[in-house]
Design a protein around this ligand. Structure first.
Ligand code: AMP
Ligand code: ZN
Length: 466
């Protein structure tokens, strides 16, 4: 497997410490609101990564946290706590909010065929672990107490900015717009490990600690949970690109300060899903959820397909038009598979299986190139091999893609109609290319008579069946 490693800023061969037990950590959701479809893009691609590693032959042990405490609004660790904000908004307790949105998150994951990681750990269940790490960091002089809070001193590390490769001035959080400077810090980039003094007195969840009643900083939970569940050596750590700084940068600082050695070898980051107004963000309030897509008639699997069509390291633009083209492509794919299922013939040819599997693996090993993996699936479908072999391969590839390719209930469009529509669309495209607009209009009207409305978009012609 070759993967882009944010730490080294290049594509590298993935060599785990122990192939029998690849240790993978994923930053989990902050459960103060529904996940937006941008968050879900990250979880879909992490799911594909885990399944691809499995497919290639690795055994993966994966852990994910649930941030149910202490994720602050701003990067300076001095903004408003997101959990508290959610609780206030909905007139519930922080625990009620966390339970409700954790359930909603896993409900979304199930609909998207995202496998639950083996270990799912709530941040509030590990307070003792964070306290122990912080104690050690204080003993080792990586941390200091100021104004009642415990801070990590970033100057104590050789290279605090190793993950970002940025100049300190560009990255310091204290100078960002709308962020108040914390006067308790020795250096602008120092971050809080444990709060006992917060501007926000109404904190609901507080725990006893050697430094007084308080609560952990934002970053310590991932270091604590990862080290306690997966041990001192982590193979791969995942998250969206927004987590590179400060969250993952601070995770490395704390973990390596505490452990005294390198902690994680590979950092896998997923680029953002943006809508036409820019980056999707939960804190913006108004955002796209999976339920909203369902209300509009889309199936969660359409969204998974939409995500798999692009590379995880490219920004992905969301629009309903683009999603509509994915729906068409997905339905077309399902209808082709349906007809293969209905005309099963021949015996499985394992020589051919081997050849296509190798091609499929190559696409995955190529920095998880899911769009090429889909191309391999199309190659199988349009090849002249027998249908028994095709079905075997489709089922096999779906172990990674998880697109319900062989499931019947996902398609309710008559395959004959689908064939007819696609032929007509192609005829119309050719007519337009030949500037025969009379014919192209005629085809459009003919389709309309069959209840098919077509629309030309930048990505090609799409249709809707009324
Ligand atoms: P959060 O619940 O805010 O902690 O985020 C959960 C995951 O979603 C993290 O891995 C984030 O980096 C990721 N994420 C946040 N916004 C986006 C986005 N617009 N597109 C893709 N991933 C995102
Ligand atoms: Zn994290």
């Amino acid at each position: 497997m070759n993967l882009y490693n944010t730490l080294t800023r290049k594509i590298e061969k993935f060599i785990p410490n122990n192939p029998e037990a690849v240790k993978m950590y994923t930053c989990g959701p902050t459960v103060y609101h529904y996940a937006h479809i941008g968050n879900l893009r990250s979880y879909i691609m992490e799911d594909v990564l885990e399944k691809a590693l499995n497919y290639i032959g690795y055994n993966v042990i994966r852990c994910m946290n649930i941030t149910d405490v202490g994720h602050l609004t701003s990067d300076s660790d001095s903004g408003e706590d997101k959990m508290l904000k959610g609780a206030k908004r909905e007139h519930k307790t922080v625990i009620e909010i966390a339970d409700m949105y954790t359930k909603a998150f896993f409900n979304d994951c199930e609909k998207l065929n995202i496998k639950k990681p083996q270990h799912i750990v709530k941040a509030t269940d590990c307070i003792d672990i964070y306290i122990n790490i912080i104690k050690t960091l204080l003993e080792k002089n990586y941390a200091y107490i100021s104004n009642g809070n415990v801070y990590f001193d970033v100057t104590k590390l050789k290279d605090y900015y190793t993950l970002t490769n940025h100049k300190e001035d560009e990255m310091v959080v204290g100078v960002r717009e709308g962020v108040e400077e914390d006067l308790g810090k020795k250096n602008q980039s120092d971050f809080v490990l444990w709060f006992t003094k917060s501007k926000f007195d109404a904190q609901e969840l507080k725990w006893e600690s050697p430094w007084g009643l308080g609560y952990p900083g934002w970053h310590i939970e991932c270091s604590g949970i990862s080290i306690s569940v997966l041990g001192e050596y982590l193979d791969i750590h995942c998250g969206g690109v927004d987590n590179i700084f400060p969250h993952h940068t601070n995770e490395i600082a704390q973990s390596e300060g505490y452990l005294g050695h390198k902690w994680c070898n590979y950092w896998f980051h997923i680029e953002h899903l943006n809508d036409e107004t820019g980056k999707m963000s939960k804190s913006k309030g108004d955002f796209l959820t999976l339920s909203l897509l369902e209300e509009k008639g889309y199936k969660p699997i359409h969204y998974r397909f939409f995500c798999l069509q692009s590379h995880y390291r490219k920004q992905l633009l969301f629009s309903y038009d683009i999603l509509d083209s994915s729906v068409n492509a997905y339905n077309k794919l399902k209808s082709k598979i349906k007809s293969i299922k209905e005309n099963k013939n021949g015996d499985i040819d394992f020589e051919i299986v081997k050849k296509f599997k190798e091609q499929f693996i190559k696409t995955l090993e190529n920095d998880l190139n899911t769009s090429l993996a889909l191309t391999t699936l199309y190659d199988v479908i349009k090849s002249d091999i027998n249908n028994a072999t095709k079905l075997y391969l489709i089922e096999d590839f779906d172990k990674v893609l998880s697109l319900d390719l062989l499931k019947d209930d996902n398609i309710n469009i008559d395959s004959e109609l689908l064939k007819y529509i696609n032929e007509k669309i192609e005829m119309r495209r050719q007519a337009k290319e030949n500037k025969d607009y009379e014919l192209s209009d005629k085809i459009r009207d003919e389709l309309l008579e069959h209840g098919v409305v077509i629309k030309d978009t930048r990505e090609g012609t799409i249709y809707e069946i009324k």
